[in-house]
Design a protein around this ligand. Sequence first.
Ligand SMILES: *[C@@H]1O[C@H](CO)[C@@H](O)[C@H](O)[C@H]1NC(C)=O
Length: 141
Amino acid sequence: MTRLFLFSVVVAGVFFGSSVVYGKVYTKCGLTNELIKLNFPRTFIGNWVCLIESESGKNTSRLTNRANGRQGVGLFQIRSKDWCKFGTKGGICNVRCEDMMDENIKDDGACAEKIKNELGFLAWNGWKRSCKGRNLPLPPC
Ligand SMILES: *[C@@H]1O[C@H](CO)[C@@H](O)[C@H](O)[C@H]1NC(C)=O
């Protein structure tokens, strides 16, 4: 009985531990529906989904090292230093970079909208590379 209990605790620990470390990888429709729920304008969701596929592979915990010691964090690969700060709230979005890598993408979405409003989709190399000039309607889900 005790052993079984301990075993269950260990299994649960591994399960929850890995979900914290690896975050969440969205399906295309899962992502589309989440962006609709977060009130992203429908006309742009096709572009956001393309951008996110290109930038992070739809992985909420993606962390990429870039030039000048900067990093791209999370689903939208928001750039540290400019837009967020590690350890404490900061950057133009006034958020912690760590919070851009968890499974709650509401704050990420708000920061990404801010980036788009200031610089447009051109702020993302992944968008320029994979999405620019394409007709990208709302994915049929
Ligand atoms: C998601 O990103 C994290 C951090 O870069 C990585 O460790 C993990 O393997 C990725 N998950 C998938 C399914 O690619």
